[in-house]
Design a protein around this ligand. Structure first.
Ligand SMILES: C[S@@+](CC[C@H](N)C(=O)[O-])C[C@H]1O[C@@H](n2cnc3c(N)ncnc32)[C@H](O)[C@@H]1O
Length: 214
């Protein structure tokens, strides 16, 4: 995004969560005005989940920065007991409105603060484009807090765009990650299992799907 768009959304490095609520509160259940809304699971995630084996009964999943909720619903359909959260109350309200019959627990919570009651609680944690939606100065706390949700023997599935130039506030959002995010997760007790990349056909960015295990 250029500076003009940053100003339009009111993106503020020191109040990094606020513009999401502004954006979703002006949207509706068709996702109008939400630039990342697919109104369907992310296509890279959809391919991954379709190929993965169904979980044993009772396995839990957490969706971070769930937006309008489609990825959470895909995990529920696969057989997980799903919790999904977003910092925007309006986004969470839209999820509940869109999927009234779902048993997904949609809640409002802030990844920057961490959620101690979810310490190593989830068998599968899904993060798509949330770390890169927050300014670079929060990267280490975000990576620590995401890692903290992953249960013993659990996995983190992460989809992110990656760039070589150093991340700087003036160039985002989004602030595409640098390749060293993998080592950062590994320093929090996770081990990379796989990392596949593809080129986004619209934006030309490198998209990585990385799976980590604890
Ligand atoms: C770029 S969007 C991606 C949404 C969704 N994962 C997707 O792929 O469509 C980033 C999402 O993270 C949410 N978010 C931003 N900051 C957050 C925070 N501190 N805690 C939880 N969610 C946050 C936003 O409201 C937004 O829904």
């Amino acid at each position: 995004m250029n500076e003009e768009i940053r100003k339009k959304f009111g993106v503020n490095e020191n109040q990094p969560n606020d513009w999401f609520e502004t954006l979703y509160s002006e949207s509706n259940d068709s996702g109008s005005g939400v630039p990342w809304a697919n109104m369907a699971p992310h296509p890279v995630f959809k391919t991954w989940i379709d190929k993965s084996t169904a979980p044993e009964p009772g396995k839990t999943a957490l969706v971070i920065g769930c937006g309008l909720g489609d990825d959470a619903i895909a995990l529920e359909s696969k057989g997980y007991k799903v919790t999904a959260f977003d910092v925007s109350e309006s986004a969470v309200a839209l999820c509940k409105k869109r999927f009234p019959k779902s048993k997904v627990e949609f809640v409002t919570a802030d990844l920057l603060k961490g959620i101690s009651s979810w310490h190593q609680k989830f068998d599968l944690v899904l993060e798509i484009f949330t770390i890169q939606a927050l300014p670079p100065k929060y990267e280490s706390v975000l990576i620590k807090n995401v890692s903290d949700f992953v249960a013993d023997q659990g996995q983190l599935v992460m989809i992110t765009e990656v760039q070589t130039p150093k991340r700087v506030f003036e160039k985002g959002p989004p602030w595409l990650l640098n390749h060293d995010y993998i080592q950062s997760f590994e320093s929090h007790g996770l081990t990379k299992v796989s990392n596949t990349s593809s080129l986004d056909s619209e934006m030309g960015e490198e998209i990585h799907l990385t799976v980590f295990k604890r």
